[in-house]
Design a protein around this ligand. Structure first.
Ligand SMILES: *Cc1c(COP(=O)(O)O)cnc(C)c1O
Length: 222
C-alpha cells in the first residue's frame, strides 16, 4: 500500500472532529513529501533536530508537532516554527518554551502529558499535578505558552480492556479539568495500534506513524 492510500483509508474512518498527526519520525523527506502531496499538513516528530531539518526542507504550510520527550536545551531549535508540543510535563520546561517563544514573538501551544500507563514510564504528570500547574501563579506569568489540552500514551500491551481503561482515565481527567479551564480543547491519544479505541473513548487527536509510513527501521542513530 502506498502512503497516499494509507492516508486516505485512515482519513475515511476518522470522524471530522479528530485531527490526524502523521508521525514521520525516522522517515525520509521523500515519504513526508508524498504524504504532503496527498494533502496531509500535520506531521509529528519525536526528535527536535530531525524535525528542524525536515522543516527547513519541506513546504512552509506544514504544521509541525513535537510528540517526543523534550530536552530543555533543545527547545531553541524548534521555537521558531513548532505548532504544538505534546509531551510537556513540568513548569521548568514551560518556562524554557516561553523564553524561546518570546524571541520569535510567538505563543506556542502545549499539551500536558498525563501518566496513564501502568508500566514504569518516566514521563507524565498525575491529575493533581496537572491541576496544580493549571492554577499556578507561575503559569500566569508565561505569556508565550498556551496549554490547550492533554496527551497520554497507553501501556504497550495486547490487553484491550487495559488500554481502554487508560484512555477513559485520560478523558475523564480532561473533562474535569475543562470545567475550570475552558481553554483546554485537545485530547491527544491513540497510535496505529489503538487509535480506533482512543476515538471511541473521546480522543480528538490521533498520532499515527506505522499505519501510514510502514514500520520504522531503527538504526543506531535513532
Ligand atoms: C512513534 C509515536 C507514535 C506513532 O506510533 P505508531 O505506532 O507508529 O503509530 C505516536 N505517539 C508517540 C508519542 C510516538 O512516539
Amino acid at each position: 500500500m502506498s502512503i497516499a492510500s494509507n492516508l486516505k483509508n485512515i482519513q475515511t474512518i476518522l470522524p471530522k472532529h479528530v485531527t490526524l498527526v502523521a508521525v514521520s519520525k525516522t522517515k525520509p523527506i521523500s515519504d513526508l513529501q508524498e504524504a504532503y502531496d496527498a494533502g496531509q499538513r500535520v506531521f509529528g516528530e519525536n526528535k527536535i533536530q530531525e524535525m528542524a531539518e525536515k522543516w527547513e526542507k519541506l513546504p512552509k504550510d506544514i504544521s509541525w508537532h513535537m510528540i517526543g520527550h523534550v530536552q530543555r536545551n533543545k527547545v531553541k531549535y524548534m521555537a521558531e516554527f513548532v505548532e504544538l508540543i505534546h509531551g510537556v510535563d513540568s513548569v521548568k520546561l514551560l518556562k524554557e518554551i516561553d523564553k524561546q517563544a518570546q524571541k520569535y514573538n510567538r505563543v506556542i501551544n502545549c499539551l500536558l502529558q498525563l501518566k496513564i500507563a501502568e508500566e514504569d514510564s518516566k514521563f507524565g504528570m498525575t491529575p493533581e499535578e496537572v491541576s496544580t500547574l493549571l492554577c499556578s501563579e507561575e503559569l500566569l506569568q508565561l505569556k508565550h505558552v498556551k496549554i490547550i489540552g492533554l496527551m497520554g500514551m497507553a501501556t504497550f500491551t495486547e490487553d484491550i480492556q487495559q488500554i481502554r481503561k487508560e484512555f477513559k482515565f485520560l478523558k475523564t481527567t480532561f473533562n474535569k479539568l475543562q470545567q475550570q479551564h475552558p481553554k483546554l480543547e485537545i485530547v491527544s491519544m491513540g497510535m496505529s495500534g489503538d487509535y480506533q479505541l482512543a476515538i471511541e473513548e473521546g480522543s480528538t487527536m490521533v498520532r499515527i506513524g506505522s499505519s501510514i509510513f510502514g514500520a520504522r527501521n531503527y538504526t543506531a542513530t535513532n
